[in-house]
Ligand binder design. Structure first.
Ligand SMILES: [Zn+2]
Length: 100
């Protein structure tokens, strides 16, 4: 299932990746740009980095959820998908909140 949380925007994911030294170039084809998947039902009205990031949650057969979800980026050239576990991003966001 797909979920989103208004606190975790594309901008948060972008800052997280920058803080970890991860660039925008695709690690597979090396020429494509990785694009963070965000929830934008009304187009780009919220502006750069303000739309909530799409989070994939995995529901198990018994209806429970796996203990973590994933944010994702997609290469606009080769379609490579990079999944980012939410636990690390949420911890980063809390640290940012403490410092700001
Ligand atoms: Zn690529």
């Amino acid at each position: 299932m797909i979920s989103f949380d208004y606190r975790v925007t594309g901008g948060v994911i972008k800052r997280f990746l920058e803080a970890k030294g991860i660039g925008d170039n695709c690690p597979m084809c090396r020429s494509g740009q990785m694009s963070i998947s965000v929830f934008e039902p009304h187009g780009d009205l919220l502006g750069e980095g303000q739309a909530p990031a799409v989070r994939v949650l995995h529901e198990l057969e018994d209806g429970s959820r796996r203990g973590y979800g994933e944010f994702l980026r997609v290469c606009l050239n080769c379609g490579y998908i990079h999944y980012i576990r939410d636990i690390e991003v949420l911890a980063f966001m809390e640290d940012e909140g403490d410092n700001g």
